[in-house]
Design a protein around this ligand. Structure first.
Ligand code: NAD
Ligand code: UDP
Length: 318
């Protein structure tokens, strides 16, 4: 017998960019939400308007250490996602993905919770097939500067599937492609936030390499909808499933679009391409369409407009 009525949902990394949106959405649907975060890249201010809500609880905790708590569902989002941040302390990044997954899977096993892993398109590395389907095993450098993140996430997927096969856990693995929107950290280092902040302050827009490398950008609300649909999908659908917007842009196109959206006077400047930067990235989302009846609905112009409005306010208050 349960002593509570509402589903209890634990979100690791809940004070970060995606996590804070997920917390808000699920609290809004009257679930009890437990947000776990060590505030490395996230912050209490991202969840400030939830702190007084009786259905919301924030616990400062590092998931590389075990946690004993009750939950019905776990979204495992904790992990720095920007290359600048995950390369700052690469050993801790791997620990977060690997020890963190072991701790959260152990918790899920003990309390019989369903658990979702926020995996990434980075498991495909610098892909040889285009667009990327879930059946592709990837081309990842195991010893480069991005490996702490890529290989950590790959090992986490392995652990999820071993707990599924060995212990019969209810698992869900979502491979998230580049996502952007309000609540991204202004100094996060990712391309959308960097370009918007540079454009709004009329500073040079730093395009790495020749800017012809591509990414496919998903607005945060679409992504959160996909994550929730994945969690709610039938137990026999484990994934991995790609979640992202298939519309592909070069980095240079994105820079021009952001200059246009902001009406900025910024100039585009070219900087060296970081090592192992993937050349092309675009999700094949056929599986998500079929199994989750999901596809993004927010177009880049609309998503960028909302994101620019957010950063405009942030910069005005600095
Ligand atoms: P983010 O950096 O804003 O959020 C990550 C959160 O995890 C932060 O609040 C951080 O403080 C917390 N965290 C980091 N290490 C922790 C630890 N050891 N214990 C507890 N908390 C810890 O990044 P995000 O964009 O919100 O990404 C969330 C998840 O989604 C990550 O796992 C990331 O790998 C995955 N993802 C995101 C994207 C994207 O484009 N946003 C793409 C692919 C995958
Ligand atoms: N990028 C860039 N200028 C920046 C930040 C990033 O040209 O100021 C490029 C980066 O080299 C990469 C792409 O934008 O090719 C996306 O980078 P991001 O760090 O956002 O995500 P990821 O590389 O993990 O997809």
């Amino acid at each position: 017998m349960k002593y509570y009525d509402n589903k209890r949902i634990l979100i690791t990394g809940g004070a970060g960019f995606l996590g804070s949106h997920l917390c808000k959405r699920l609290v809004g649907e009257d679930y009890e939400v437990l947000c776990i975060d060590n505030c490395f890249t996230g912050a209490r201010k991202n969840i400030a308007d939830l702190l007084s809500n009786p259905n919301f609880e924030f616990i400062r905790h590092d998931i590389t250490f075990p946690l004993y708590i009750e939950a019905d569902e776990i979204y495992n989002l904790a992990c720095p996602a920007s290359p600048v941040h995950y390369q700052f302390d690469p050993v801790q990044t791997t620990k977060t993905s690997v020890h963190g997954a072991i701790n959260m899977l152990g918790l899920a096993k003990r309390v019989k919770a369903k658990i979702l892993q926020a995996s990434t398109s980075e498991v495909y590395g610098d892909p040889e097939i285009h667009p990327q389907t879930e059946s592709y095993w990837g081309k990842v450098n195991p010893i480069g500067p991005r490996s702490c993140y890529d290989e950590g996430k790959r090992c986490a997927e392995t652990l999820f599937f071993d707990y599924y096969r060995q212990h019969g856990l209810k698992i869900k693995v979502a491979r998230i492609f580049n996502t952007y929107g309000p609540q991204m950290h202004p100094n996060d280092g990712r391309v959308v936030s960097n370009f918007i902040v540079q454009a709004l302050s009329n500073k040079d827009i730093t395009v790495f390499g020749d800017g012809l490398q591509t990414r496919s950008f998903c607005y945060v609300d679409d992504l959160i909808e996909g994550l929730i649909r994945m969690m709610d999908s039938p137990d026999d659908f484990t994934g991995p499933v790609n979640l992202g917007n298939p519309k592909e842009f070069s980095v240079l196109e994105l820079a021009k679009k952001i200059i246009e959206t902001t009406g900025s006077k910024s100039k585009i400047v070219f900087r060296p391409l970081p090592q192992d930067d993937p050349c092309r990235r675009q999700p094949d989302i056929s599986l998500a369409k079929e199994k989750l009846d999901w596809e993004p609905v927010i177009k880049i112009d609309e998503g960028l407009k909302k994101t620019v409005e957010y950063f405009d306010k942030i910069l005005a208050n600095e």
